[in-house]
Design a binder for this molecule. Structure first.
Ligand SMILES: Cc1cc2nc3c(=O)[nH]c(=O)nc-3n(C[C@H](O)[C@H](O)[C@H](O)COP(=O)(O)OP(=O)(O)OC[C@H]3O[C@@H](n4cnc5c(N)ncnc54)[C@H](O)[C@@H]3O)c2cc1C
Length: 628
């Protein structure tokens, strides 16, 4: 076999697993990251990673994991990838253990598992409340070993700017910028994998995502012709600690461990929370969703908090906040299992969650949508065909995507702790697929002409020159702030078409504002404002896709909620009841129209929105989603 070269952009869970897989197939990897890979956003993941191990003897099954994931996503995700994801999860946990991940264990020594949202079984493996860090560090160790063997070469502090295509439209490398020297350089590769994470920063500062979750890389390849899918499905996590500087997550694990959400029944009740008697507290999730209570899926929990605060006026102290209460739980147990988030809360609020309920509110958290990727179904198993070069291939030949930057596994709403799983699983699958792809290439990129690479370097340098020397009045930090507050206001937890129409128009104005930019920093070395301003521009381009996709979808599904198209479930949820059957029929009729993947294609005048069918070959959409 000829060893080929593959570029992996992104050193989070997805990118590192892809890199390891490609190296294991005998190909060379060049791994790019905005900073040390150990600081990738995966390191922030707190609560855990799902896999059916049934260590609690609750009769959990892989079939149930598949069903929960499909239902949690409102049937919008293609089902063959979900089947393989859930089937492979236990094996992935074993792999991580062998790499040295110290998962939390019970006193008896078995792997401990906790409850997360939208499920009835304890299925989430965890390492205290810093699971992502443990997983990422274990992969980093493996990558370092392969670095010493020269199979993987790291380029940290390099920013991906563009792919380079050959005359046949195939991706044959990238152009990247050294973030210290601003050198713009081309790197050849037989194929490229993007694993650049999500785009929560378009909602900044009301996002739990780190500053590198801009989506700029995905936006750049979108502008170069890669299709983008389901952009309107953005998850708002119900329990974030909103700060003026930054928003910090209080993991769903807090509710999985028994945390309760409530507000005082009386508006503007000024008493200290623990002075309010039980009877005067409104545990709204427990009342409205008695079956799942505080662990309903995130879309429902966020909307319930929205309703209680914005519509019923019951926010704590009249503000956008509700209580997340751990004070009734065993403090030793909570400290052991949630210590990492408790210390974040203490540090940034000065309040101890063990003695006073936390105040929280929904914030932008996770992009279900992302780069469109293909899959090949195995007719025998109904899951993914192993080693198919179609799996995780974007619409540009030779360009693959995995991790949060693709759209593949979560449909309209992701279940908690399914994302570390999908990032890891998709990294492995993309690694296998791209290895199959490059193994089949007749010609290595080394024989390609220089022309396309040189042209792309020139083009990127022109953009840098334009940004550095622009002498207008617009400030990139201010443009980002305007983008974030507009997106939160109109493409947030609740949406309506008149605001979305305005937002689509305002986003065009925001893009035009870049013609009047002034960076205020012309330094040709380590100029952080240049990289940042370019990212903000590409965030605006991506936000246009999100807003246009949201405007086009006239229904309520998962995280996309337009009250004017809402059809609430009837009081009676029993099959056979006439109200319920009438509701089920309306829901099915709506599925005929809207159970389809949104596909955005780039056009200089704005994204073009189309749709493609969803593969529902495993579980037919017969049961409306109901968590009451
Ligand atoms: C606070 C928080 C807690 C979470 N907790 C959980 C949890 O408990 N369980 C769970 O399942 N999920 C959790 N999630 C979600 C989960 O952490 C992420 O979805 C997942 O880690 C994403 O991994 P990734 O590999 O796709 O990307 P990331 O880990 O975000 O890595 C992206 C990589 O791409 C690189 N990159 C980006 N742009 C460029 C560019 N232009 N050029 C070069 N490199 C680039 C970055 O440097 C980085 O290396 C949490 C998310 C948040 C925000």
């Amino acid at each position: 076999m000829n060893a080929r070269s593959v570029i992996v952009v992104g050193g989070g869970l997805g990118g590192l697993l892809a890199s390891l897989r490609i190296a294991a197939s005998g190909h060379r990897v060049q791994l790019f990251s905005l900073f040390e890979v150990m600081r990738s956003h995966s390191v922030c993941a707190q609560g855990g990673i799902n896999a059916v191990l049934n260590t609690k003897g609750e009769g959990d099954s892989v079939e149930q994991h598949i069903f929960d994931t499909i239902k949690g996503g409102s049937y919008l995700a293609n089902q063959p990838p979900i089947k393989s994801l859930c089937e492979d999860a236990p094996g992935l946990i074993g792999t991580f253990e062998r790499m040295g991940v110290a998962f939390s264990r019970t006193p008896e020594g078995t792997l401990d598992q906790r409850l997360f949202g939208g499920v009835k079984n304890r299925r989430t493996c965890f390492a205290g409340a810093s699971t992502g860090q443990q997983l990422l560090y274990s992969l980093d160790q493996q990558v370092r070993r392969l670095e010493t063997e020269k199979q993987i070469e790291k380029f940290e502090w390099w920013e991906f700017l563009a792919i380079v295509k050959d005359p046949n439209g195939r991706c044959r490398g990238i152009v990247a910028m050294n973030l210290r020297s601003l050198e713009v350089r081309a790197f050849r590769a037989d194929a490229v994998v993007l694993a650049t994470g999500g785009f929560g920063q378009i909602y900044s500062p009301k996002t739990t995502c780190s500053t590198n979750s801009t989506g700029a890389a995905a936006s750049r390849v979108f502008q170069q012709g890669a299709r983008f899918a389901n952009a309107e499905f953005f998850q708002f996590h119900p329990t974030a600690m909103i700060g003026d500087d930054k928003t910090r997550l209080m993991s769903e694990a807090a509710r999985g461990e028994g945390g309760r959400i409530w507000v005082p029944r009386q508006a503007h009740d000024r008493r200290e929370p623990l002075a309010i008697p039980e009877a005067e507290r409104f545990y709204f999730l427990e009342e409205w969703y008695p079956s799942f209570g505080n662990t309903v899926p995130r879309d429902l929990a966020s909307r319930a908090i929205w309703k209680v605060t914005r519509e019923m006026g019951l926010g704590v102290a009249g503000r956008d906040q509700v209580y997340l209460d751990l004070t009734h739980l065993d403090s030793h147990q909570v400290e052991t299992r949630l210590g990492a988030i408790l210390s974040i809360y203490r540090k940034f609020s000065g309040v101890d969650p063990l003695s006073t309920p936390m105040t929280i509110f929904p914030a932008a958290h996770y992009s279900m949508g992302g780069l469109w990727v293909d899959f090949e179904k195995d007719a025998n198993t109904g899951g993914l065909r192993a080693n198919s070069l179609r799996n995780h291939a974007t619409s540009i030949p030779g360009l693959y995507a995995c991790g949060e930057c693709d759209y593949a596994y979560h449909g309209a709403n992701r279940l908690g702790a399914n994302s570390l799983l999908s990032a890891a699983f998709s990294g492995r699958v993309a690694g296998e697929a791209v290895s199959a792809y490059v193994s089949g290439l007749e010609q290595s990129v080394e024989s390609d002409s220089h022309a396309a690479f040189d042209a792309e370097i020139r083009y990127q340098n022109q953009i840098n020159h334009h940004f550095i020397h622009a002498d207008g009045e617009e400030n990139p930090y201010d443009l980002h702030r305007r983008l974030g507050s507009m997106m939160m206001d109109s493409v947030g937890v609740v949406r309506d078409n008149s605001k979305l129409n305005e937002t689509v128009a305002t986003l065009v104005e925001l893009e035009q504002a870049f013609a009047r930019l002034k960076l205020g920093e012309a330094n040709p070395w380590a100029n952080q404002t240049l990289a940042y301003a370019r990212q903000v521009f590409d965030m605006v381009k991506l936000a246009q896709v999100v807003a246009a996709s949201a405007l086009a979808r006239d229904e309520c599904r998962g995280a996309h909620h337009k009250p004017s198209f809402e059809d609430p479930a009837p009081e009676h949820s029993q099959a056979g009841h006439k109200d319920f059957e009438a509701f089920r029929q309306r829901w099915k009729d709506n599925n005929q129209k809207w159970l389809k993947t949104t596909i955005a294609d780039y056009h200089p005048d704005g994204p073009r929105i189309g749709y493609e069918p969803v593969d529902t070959s495993l579980i037919a959409p017969e049961e409306p989603r109901d968590y009451r």
